[in-house]
Design a protein around this ligand. Structure first.
Ligand SMILES: Nc1nc2c(ncn2[C@@H]2O[C@H](COP(=O)(O)OP(=O)(O)O)[C@@H](O)[C@H]2O)c(=O)[nH]1
Ligand SMILES: [Mg+2]
Ligand SMILES: [Zn+2]
Length: 398
């Protein structure tokens, strides 16, 4: 899917002008998360251009009230409200508010309204549907057991047409060459899952996630998973630091069930995304919350996995106690490349009290004299690792 391309490294960093959003060319050039540690930190100091391999793909969280087009008026008497659970090519699976799963196409009018989006509907969308002629939901009030995971929407008991898509908020999207692809819409919160070991905790990744989440305004919870494999006491300072930033942190173990009850409470009735590197335990945590989900975890061999549910990033999983979760596969890097230097400092909430004290109003907090942010780092008012994450992101933006 993703195409590797070679691009010129910008040859000289010099000082980025403030308030200048990066041009299209830049926005399209992003790195792959797993390679952050090597490729990305390369910084040319006044050398001629170098090449680097990048992937034209990035993830973004936004809270813009985006819409798939104007909202056409509909006859609410003839339509049913529901939520899109997943997309299968031109079809989508919608679950009506009263629990029926319906395989739906999209009304042509909606497609013509949404010209610059790659997909008209996305998982998480609130929609109004009409059943195809002649189909009716049964009168009985007992809960309908739709096929747990029909492979093909045509196998579903009901068929319909999406007539209207409500405005979105809390969007996780992927942009590929300037075209946006909404992965999940209407997110209430995002869980960033990291593991203390296997894979090793990377604090700069946490800072990166938080910056991306801060930018979107979507509430964020950090899960420090696999705590059974480590001494929780070693993480007190990290947790304290994050809590001072106003971020809720959960110590969890999918293995020993630590923190799972709290996690279960947090997801109840909400639409949540679980994000993080692959292998940190996202699927395991969801299985711990609701064992019936039987999501595939990494150790399950492909042979054993036959017939088990596999999910894609775009699938919403309904929880028994209410709410939905999107179990995303190993995530690529969150996009904060379109930020200006001025915006980036603002995403580091712990820098905020000091930023206005810097002598130069356009201080980038790197080399400038009498920089209050660096002063605060020296006096340990800002944690050194946060400052290093900031520097990494500032350089990485290019
Ligand atoms: N010891 C321990 N192992 C875990 C925990 N959570 C997940 N794992 C293991 O980590 C591996 C990856 O888990 P998985 O849920 O597939 O991670 P995902 O890629 O983030 O969905 C599997 O072998 C799990 O059994 C945990 O809390 N403690
Ligand atoms: Mg998984
Ligand atoms: Zn400064």
């Amino acid at each position: 899917m993703k195409r590797k391309i070679r691009v010129d490294l910008k040859k000289n960093r010099s000082k980025p002008a403030r308030d200048k959003t990066w041009t299209r060319g830049f926005q399209d050039h992003h790195f792959e998360e797993e390679s952050t540690d090597h490729g990305e930190r390369v910084r040319t100091k006044g050398e001629l251009s170098r090449k680097r391999t990048i992937l034209q793909d990035s993830l973004q969280l936004t809270n813009d009230s985006t819409t798939a087009g104007e909202l056409p008026a509909i006859d609410k008497e003839a339509c049913f409200p529901g939520r899109v659970l997943r997309i299968h090519g031109l079809f989508s699976v919608v679950e009506t508010d009263d629990g029926h799963q319906v395989g739906c196409t999209v009304r042509r009018l909606l497609k013509t309204l949404a010209t610059d989006a790659r997909n008209v509907v996305a998982a998480g969308d609130r929609v109004w549907i009409r059943l195809v002629k002649g189909e009716k939901f049964p009168e009985s009030t007992e809960t309908i057991q739709a096929p747990a995971r029909a492979q093909n929407p045509s196998e579903l008991p009901f068929h319909g047409v999406i007539y209207r898509i409500e405005n979105r908020h809390g969007v996780l999207k992927r942009s590929v060459r300037g075209k946006e692809h909404v992965l999940v819409a209407n997110l209430d919160q995002v869980f960033f899952v990291v593991s203390v070991v296997e894979p090793e905790l990377k604090v700069h990744l946490v800072d990166r996630y938080l910056a991306a989440a801060n930018r979107s305004g979507i509430p964020t919870i950090v899960c420090l998973n696999k705590i059974d494999l480590a001494n929780a006491g070693n993480y007190q300072r990290l947790v304290g630091g994050l809590e001072r930033l106003g971020v809720e942190v959960l110590l969890t173990s999918a293995k020993s069930n630590l923190g799972i009850r709290r996690l279960g409470e947090l997801v109840q009735g909400k639409l949540s995304a679980f994000s993080g590197q692959s292998g940190v335990g996202k699927s395991s945590l969801l299985n711990a919350i609701e064992p019936g989900l039987a999501l595939k975890v990494r150790e399950v061999s492909e042979v054993n996995a036959k017939g088990k549910h596999t999910t894609t990033a775009n699938d919403l999983i309904r929880l028994k106690k209410g709410g939905w979760v999107a179990d995303t596969p190993g995530m690529r890097q969150f996009d904060i490349w379109q930020t200006t230097a001025g915006e980036l400092e603002g995403l580091f909430t712990d820098f905020r009290p000091f930023v206005s004290l810097c002598v130069f109003p356009d201080c980038t907090h790197t080399h400038e004299t009498r920089c209050a942010v660096r002063g605060a780092v020296d006096r340990r008012l800002i944690h050194a690792s946060r400052y290093h994450s900031y520097l990494g992101l500032l350089e990485g933006r290019e």
